[in-house]
Write a protein that binds this ligand. Sequence first.
Ligand code: MSP
Length: 516
Amino acid sequence: MFYITTAIDYPNGAPHIGHAYEKILTDVIARHRRLAGDDAYFLTGVDQHGQKMQQTAEKEGVNVATLANRNTKKFIALWKKLGVQYDGWAETTADLHKQCVQNILTKLHDEGQLYKKAYKGFYSVRQEQYLTEKDRNEAGEFGPEWGEVIELEEENWYFKLSEHAEWLKEVVTSGEFGITPAFRRNEVLNALERAADTDLCISRPKDRLHWGIELPFDTDFVTYVWFDALINYISFAGYEAAENLPDFDKLWPADLHVIGKDILVPAHAIYWPCMLHAMGFTNEQMPTLLVHGFLNIRGEKMSSSLGNIVDPDALAEQFGAETLRYYLVRDVVIGKDADFDVQRLVTLYNTELANDLGNLCNRALSMSKRSLGGIMEASDYDDDDSAALRKSLADSTAAYNEAMESYDTSAALRALNKHVSFCNGYAERNKPWELAKDETQRAKLASVLYHMVESCAHISVLLSPVTPEACAKIHNQLRLPELAEKKSTDLAWGLVPAGHEVGKPKPVFPRIQLEE
Ligand code: MSP
């Protein structure tokens, strides 16, 4: 089973385009795994506890549970609208999750992995973490990335993270704890050099933060939000659970935790593997991380203070959910930052979907209808251009599969578009509309149209993880709904049977006209 998760989002507002990119990327990968023949289990959800949530609730003058529930609904509604089809939904206020976190804490406490200590020093409210002298910048200050920094004196519980640092270095270096893209691995090794001797504070005193999971062995404290949130990946996967949950042994280790670069270090690359190691997970049971970049706006970070937050719900309303899906996984190169650009969204859609693929499907079907009565004939006619088309399809399919294996959705979609462009060039060169006027060219006409229609069948299968509804429409127009059941390994030439009657074309990707 291919077990894939995303980060769980803080529901302290409405979801933004960065949240949407991550969920869509993960959905596309999960759907592609299924297309490639795997069983896939996709878990996502919301991270409802923590100081950020408590602060927003205080600011808005609402109960924090009410805030969490209200905003959680916005996330669920958006994922539905965007076709993000998850199998499991993680909400950290769920009883089963609380129970799992408390069981783990009890076990670590009993085994001497936790200790209590007094702390006096600085604390970043934004990052919800204690700061050390090493966190100061060259000017000797705590930089803006830490947000508001306050001075604190309090007792807390600590996890002996430093005891696992050497082990972590080994598994990061050996690749047993996988981090992709590979350049992120160095970032983790560097961070480990800096943080190897620091333990992790895993509690917050209740008088400062009440919105969290109570420590089972010291009820004056709640669990630090990251210690709680990371555990979602196993609690909702059935770890040590009696409830009606997935079979943990079938899911774990996670094949992929899809996360943004901001939560790689220290949370996912340091805390999480060390927590798992302390719980007794072996090297073979370490998950793999897929780290994506950030979506920025004209080179700037999105933030409510800059007022540049992009709302994916409004974009889906205006341009369609699948247009947004296509744009995000086509334009953003995995691992790299990208600028969100609505003009580019329109251009990519109009060029690659409306003009290239839409045009190919339309002309292939309408000409087949008009000149062959819609019946795809087995024709003996062949020539170099048709052989080149078959090679182009084989090459594009191979490039698509290879790119998708490394989660490079952008390269995969470019590979598909290359074949679509080849097909449109093939139509221009072979002019089936001219061939149809000459009875002696019947065999060539049938062959040319077959090559075009067959290409539409292949492309509609390969593109289906990204634009599932549009591809289902193409399958229906081809009158081959069974294409939805095809695996990428079944895609040999001849998906369209000889003698098959195709349906009428109806534009699947209508052009977007942007008003000035
Ligand atoms: N709750 C934590 C994650 C806990 S995972 C056990 C959190 N939440 S978040 O809402 O701030 O971010 C959720 C995900 O969205 C993260 O993976 C983060 O990197 C991603 N993104 C947030 N802003 C983003 C962009 N502007 N662009 C792309 N992804 C971004 O962190």
